[in-house]
Design a protein around this ligand. Structure first.
Ligand code: FES
Ligand code: FES
Length: 166
């Protein structure tokens, strides 16, 4: 069955069983930035934005995404032209294995979209559901605050280029 969506600004029909979890369907369609960690809605690795809200796609049947707008980390930026949050994660050392980063970036973007001037507690709350076994949580909070302080909207790309890892 085809599930008609908009992914990262483009119309995409996902060819999948509607009961397949969205994370799996997205990965099968090539959006490998969507990571599957726990597979049960508790680690946030699979978070994508659906109609402007971060959702754990490992517990969302793909059929529920019919007609929705999805943003994956690939839609935020890339190594040549990273999103301000992606650059801040790299600059702050908030990435080691990187597995948690796509979901955390999506959660951080959702926060900055609704609150461009968050406090550290706001960031802590927003990233509460995104587990990281490598870097801990202080650096990523700093990264989001830095991105916000730069005065850039979360949907803008930064002026400087970076070749660092995502
Ligand atoms: Fe989806 Fe952990 S893989 S919440
Ligand atoms: Fe490895 Fe977060 S950087 S899990």
């Amino acid at each position: 069955m085809k599930i008609n969506t908009t992914i990262n600004g483009k119309a995409v029909s996902l060819e999948t069983n509607p009961n397949t979890m969205l994370a799996e369907a997205l990965r099968k369609a090539g959006y490998k930035g969507v990571k599957i960690g726990c597979g049960e809605g508790s680690c946030g690795a699979c978070a994508v934005m659906i109609d402007g809200r971060p959702r754990n796609s490992c517990i969302l049947p793909a059929g529920m995404a019919e007609g929705s707008e999805i943003l994956t980390v690939e839609g935020m930026g890339n190594p040549e032209n990273p999103h301000v949050l992606q650059q801040a994660f790299v600059d702050s050392g908030s990435t080691q294995c990187g597995y948690c980063n796509p979901g955390a970036l999506i959660a951080a973007k959702a926060l900055l979209d609704r609150n461009p001037s968050p406090t550290a507690d706001d960031v802590k709350d927003a990233l509460d559901g995104n587990l990281c076994r490598c870097t801990g949580y202080v650096k990523r909070i700093d990264a989001v605050l830095e991105a916000a302080k730069a005065g850039k909207k979360a949907d803008k790309k930064p002026a400087k280029r970076a070749g660092g890892k995502k």
